[in-house]
Design a protein around this ligand. Sequence first.
Ligand code: AQP
Length: 340
Amino acid sequence: MTQTNFTPRVFSGIQPSGGLTLGNYLGAIKRFVDMQGPDFETVYCMVDLHAISVWQNPADLAHNTRELCAGFIAAGIDPTKSILINQSQVPEHAQLGWVFNCVARMGWMQRMTQFKDKAGKNAQNVSLGLFGYPALMAADILIYHATHVPVGEDQKQHLELTRDIAAKFNHDYGVDFFPMTEPVIEGAATRVMSLRDGTKKMSKSDPSDASRINMTDDADTIARKIRKAKTDPDALPSEAKGLESRPESRNLVNIYAALSDQTVDQVLTEVGGKQFGEFKPMLAELAVSKLGPISAEMARLMAEPDEIDRILTAGSLRAREITAPILRKTYDIVGMVAPV
Ligand code: AQP
């Protein structure tokens, strides 16, 4: 089956499990904005059901959901062009999620590296929801028949699972109903790393605030975190190959490239030979100039939470025009009786 059978449609989501990080911005939101336009219908989601797979304080979850919505809009997602929703308000996500729990195989789920990373040695004590997360994620995507999903590198395996679930459903029921969704993993910063450890992903739930740049950090905080970011004593190389065994240095150059919409080689043409004492202030200035207006707009929007709620309500109504018929047809294929 090819994508041509389906309306070109983009879906992606972010968990309101903390404040937004530079990793979420460069790996996901900036790309979401790029894909908004005439080529695709775009649906962007605050995945609150995923967030509670790890305990969330209810007041924090509500705050983080609205702040994430503010972050989407402040970064350039236009609610008149894209559908903006929080996952719990479009119940077809969870309903299709159950069907997919019955399609996905235990062996597939046990191979998911994100579960292994997040559960660590505590695998017997984490929630069943954390284990089942990728099946619900497949439902988030396929309840829209989404053809493209912009994500960071860490989500690649979950996107492969989404395709496996779609293929098994289509095969088991003898239909061509769910598309083979394409992951869109592009740009210079598909995996932004921790500022303290270049081998670890920058993450909103990392206990160390110094490991990440939050979208709500002020200019001084951003500059301080970049100044203290771990690096090595060597000067910057003049081509990308010279960063291969230097994860922290590579990370800072990747961030610079993504923020300035350049390739890594273009950046190194400009900064090759410089020491970090000179490069870090350049990066801090660039980060502040790009993130400052977004965080100011987020603060303005957060002062009007009713307006955010209105946008989410309107989004869920538009979303359900797509999801309700797809769920109805899924139930029909599966054999669920629906008396009229
Ligand atoms: N460091 C990153 N670099 C590039 N992309 C990233 N993304 C997250 N971190 C990076 C992308 O952001 C999107 C939403 O991710 P998420 O918040 O739903 O879940 P996550 O990947 O688990 O992100 P966090 O920050 O690490 O959250 P916590 O700490 O709650 O687990 C995805 O497209 C992801 O690729």
